[in-house]
Design a protein around this ligand. Structure first.
Ligand code: AMP
Length: 213
């Protein structure tokens, strides 16, 4: 199964991608995570992409294309954070076509702006392993300490109110062309992402299983 998970920043893509990857034995490919690792390593790519990430802007399509091509598994994957505009959707389509392959489902997590601001401003991530927390709904057992690896929890550099607003606007500007692309391909699934994560997960699963019959 080849799945795309799409939604605004803070829509819960990362959390749902982890849950779906586990349930259906898929490889999760998160472009944001890959880019953040490059920034941390201070590689040439990391230095190039940091300037865009810090401002909440998309990294140029030509740069992320090679990253995706290099990291995309042959089958059984879930893509989190790619594609994010119509050009990237076309690029992904071309990469898969060369492999005689195509996307099976495009899942849109539909979330209100209120929920987004709440989730992003209260999100904390582990400095070391990248695990995600929410101060109210998914707090760590011990304040500011990761449950999984005991490293410190921090706020992402791009989770500040100003950059959140920018990322939301980037999402609004690009989402329609992505929706149109996958609606035409007949793989579009929409789920109410304002619900708690278990309910969202159940709905996604139901809709995916209904497609398979
Ligand atoms: P995310 O972790 O998915 O919220 O992504 C964080 C940042 O990484 C974004 O604000 C962009 O700067 C960059 N990024 C992630 N995915 C993409 C993409 N598909 N195209 C361009 N830039 C991206």
């Amino acid at each position: 199964m080849k799945i795309i998970l799409f939604g605004a920043p803070g829509s819960g893509k990362g959390t749902q991608a982890d849950m779906l990857a586990k349930e259906f034995d898929l490889e999760k490919i998160s472009l944001g995570d890959i880019l953040r690792q490059e920034v941390k390593k201070e590689s040439d790519l990391g230095r190039e992409v940091k300037q865009y990430m810090d401002k909440g802007e998309l990294v140029p399509d030509s740069t992320v294309k090679d990253v995706i091509d290099a990291n995309l598994a042959e089958d059984n994957f879930i893509l989190d954070g790619y594609p994010r505009n119509g050009q990237q959707a076309q690029t992904l389509n071309d990469i898969l076509k060369k492999r005689d392959s195509s996307i099976d489902a495009f899942i849109y997590l539909d979330v209100s702006q209120e929920t987004i601001v709440d989730r992003l401003s209260k999100r904390r991530v582990c400095k070391k392993c990248g695990a995600n927390y929410h101060l109210n709904t998914m707090p760590p057992k011990e304040d500011n300490i990761c449950d999984q690896c005991s490293a410190e929890l921090v706020q992402r550099d791009d989770d500040t109110p100003e950059v959140i607003k920018k990322r939301w606007n980037v999402f609004l500007a690009n989402s329609k062309e992505v929706f149109d692309f996958y609606k035409k391909k007949n793989v579009f699934i929409s789920v109410d992402g304002d619900q708690d994560k278990e309910k969202v997960f159940e709905q996604v699963k139901e809709k995916l299983e209904a497609r398979e019959q």
